[in-house]
Write a new protein. Structure first.
Length: 87
């Protein structure tokens, strides 16, 4: 949901298709990135990476004045297993 900070009202809703985990806003406010985690089953494979469904990143173009007109793109982040370092 997009919330007006002053009025605390929801001014738009955008379905991101999964369980969100965090977000970042570009310094100029024209882009928002949202991590969609798709909570993995901690009992499968000892809770390690690679448990379906994979998460992804959503990049939202927030340059339009009206949040209802914001557009989004999904960035697939599968195949990054070689970058994982165990705790």
């Amino acid at each position: 949901a997009v919330i007006d900070i002053e009025t605390k009202a929801i001014v738009a809703r955008h379905d991101l298709g999964g369980q969100t985990d965090g977000l970042a806003v570009s310094p100029d406010g024209t882009y928002v990135t949202v991590c969609v985690e798709n909570e993995r089953d901690e009992d499968v494979g000892d809770g390690g990476l690679g448990v379906a469904p994979a998460g992804y990143v959503v990049v939202i173009d927030s340059s339009a004045e009206n949040p209802m007109n914001w557009t989004s793109s999904i960035v697939n982040i599968t195949g990054l297993g070689t970058f994982y370092f165990p705790d």
